[in-house]
Write a new protein. Structure first.
Length: 321
C-alpha cells in the first residue's frame, strides 16, 4: 500500500514507519519537525517537512501520490501544557487534523488510522477500561483526541471514510534506531533513565497517597514495537480500539525495575499529587485481540531494557550521535 504518515518523525511515528517499510509498504512522512527528529525517519521513506496547517502543501502531497491510507500521528502531546494553552492544542490536534481529512476526502483517500489516547477516558470509575467506558477527558489534550475521533465518525458517515481510532495507553520502550526523545520529556521511563545516566538528579513521585497498592499512580505501559504492529493490522479494520498491555505498574514498581535493569541507584523525591492525575489507568485490550488478532509481546522488563539500551547509546537523544 501507499501510506502517508503524519508525525512520522516523532517517537511512535518513526517506529510505525519502520514497521510499514519492513512489511513492504511505500511510505511518505509529513512532519513539521516542531517536535520530531529528521534522523528518526527511515531512509526509505519519502520525507516532506511541512505542517498540516499548510493547505497548499497538503494539496501538493495528495496530488503527487494516490495514497491508499493515512496514519495520522501528528499532534501535540503534553496534557499539562494543554491546560495552560488550550488554543495551541485545539488548533493543532483538531483544526489541522480537519485540514488533513478535507484533503483526504478531496483526493478520494478513504482510510485513516488515528493516534488517539487513553486521555479520552479521564478519571475512569473502574479498571480495566473497555472501549465503551465513559469518555470524560480531564484536560484539553484529552478533549482534542475525543473531538477528533467524533469528527472522523461524522466524516465516515457522510463521506464513507473508513477509520481506526487507536487509544494508546503509555507508549514506552525503544527499538535499535528509534527511542523516546521528547522536549520537554514528561514521560516516566525516559525521565528515570535520565536519572540513571546522571543527566537529572532525581525522579519526582507526584502523590504517594493514592488508593493503590503502594500509594503511587498505576499506569499501563505498551512497547512501541507492539504499538507499531497494531497500526499495520488496523489498516484492514474499522473501529475504536484500546492499545495497552492490560497490566498496571505503579510508579514505585517502575523505579524498582529500572534500578535492576540499569544497576544504578535512582534518587527519588516524593512530592504532592498533580491535579487531574487518575489513580489507575489500565486497558482492556480484549477488543483488538479478538477483532484484529493483535497481541502485545513485550514485558515491562523488555520495555525498560530496550529503552535503557537506546538511552545509553544516545544520551543526548537524536541531537548528538
Ligand atoms: N507517547 C504516548 O505515550 C502517547 C499516548 C497516547 C497517544 N499518543 C499520541 O500519539 C501520537 C504520537 O505521539 P509521540 O509520543 O510519538 O509524540 P511526538 O511528539 O514524538 O510525535 C509527534 C510528531 O508530530 C509532529 N507534528 C506535530 N504537529 C504537527 C503538524 N501540525 N504538522 C506536521 N507535523 C506535526 C511533531 O514534529 C512530531 O514529530 C500523538 O498524536 C499523541 O497524542 C501518544
Amino acid at each position: 500500500m501507499k501510506i502517508l504518515v503524519t508525525g512520522g518523525a516523532g517517537y511512535i511515528g518513526s517506529a510505525v514507519v519502520r514497521k510499514l517499510i519492513d512489511e513492504g509498504h511505500e511510505v511518505t512522512v509529513i512532519d513539521d519537525l516542531s517536535k520530531g527528529h529528521k534522523e528518526a525517519v527511515h531512509p526509505k521513506a519519502v520525507f516532506i517537512k511541512a505542517g498540516l496547517s499548510n493547505l497548499n502543501e497538503l494539496e501538493k502531497v495528495f496530488k503527487q501520490t494516490k495514497f491508499d491510507a493515512v496514519i495520522h500521528m501528528a499532534g501535540y502531546i503534553e496534557a499539562g501544557e494543554s491546560v495552560i494553552n488550550p488554543e495551541k492544542y485545539f488548533t493543532n490536534n483538531v483544526t489541522n487534523g480537519i485540514n488533513l481529512l478535507n484533503a483526504m476526502i478531496k483526493h478520494n483517500c478513504k482510510k485513516i488510522v488515528f493516534s488517539s489516547s487513553a486521555g479520552v477516558y479521564g478519571n475512569p470509575e473502574k479498571v480495566p477500561i473497555t472501549e465503551d467506558s465513559e469518555t470524560r477527558p480531564v484536560n484539553p489534550y484529552g478533549e482534542t483526541k475525543l473531538i477528533f475521533e467524533r469528527v472522523i465518525q461524522c466524516y465516515s458517515k457522510a463521506y464513507g471514510l473508513e477509520y481506526a481510532s487507536l487509544r494508546y495507553f503509555n507508549a514506552a520502550g525503544a527499538e535499535e534506531y528509534h527511542g523516546e526523545d521528547h522536549d520537554p520529556e514528561t514521560h516516566l521511563i525516559p525521565i528515570i533513565l535520565q536519572v540513571a545516566l546522571g543527566k537529572r538528579t532525581e525522579i519526582k513521585i507526584y502523590g504517594t497517597d493514592y488508593p493503590t497498592k503502594d500509594g503511587t499512580c498505576i499506569r499501563d505501559y505498551i512497547h512501541v514495537s507492539d504499538l507499531a504492529k497494531a497500526h499495520v493490522l488496523a489498516l484492514k479494520n474499522n473501529g475504536v480500539y484500546n492499545l495497552g498491555s492490560e497490566k498496571g505498574y505503579s510508579v514505585r514498581e517502575i523505579i524498582e525495575i529500572a534500578k535492576k535493569v540499569t544497576g544504578k541507584d535512582i534518587t527519588v523525591k516524593e512530592d504532592a499529587r498533580r491535579p487531574g492525575d487518575p489513580a489507575a489507568l489500565v486497558a482492556s485490550s480484549e477488543k483488538i485481540k479478538r477483532e484484529l488478532g493483535w497481541k502485545p509481546e513485550c514485558s515491562i522488563r523488555d520495555i525498560i531494557k530496550s529503552a535503557w539500551a537506546w538511552h545509553k547509546k544516545n544520551p543526548e537523544g537524536y541531537k548528538k550521535k
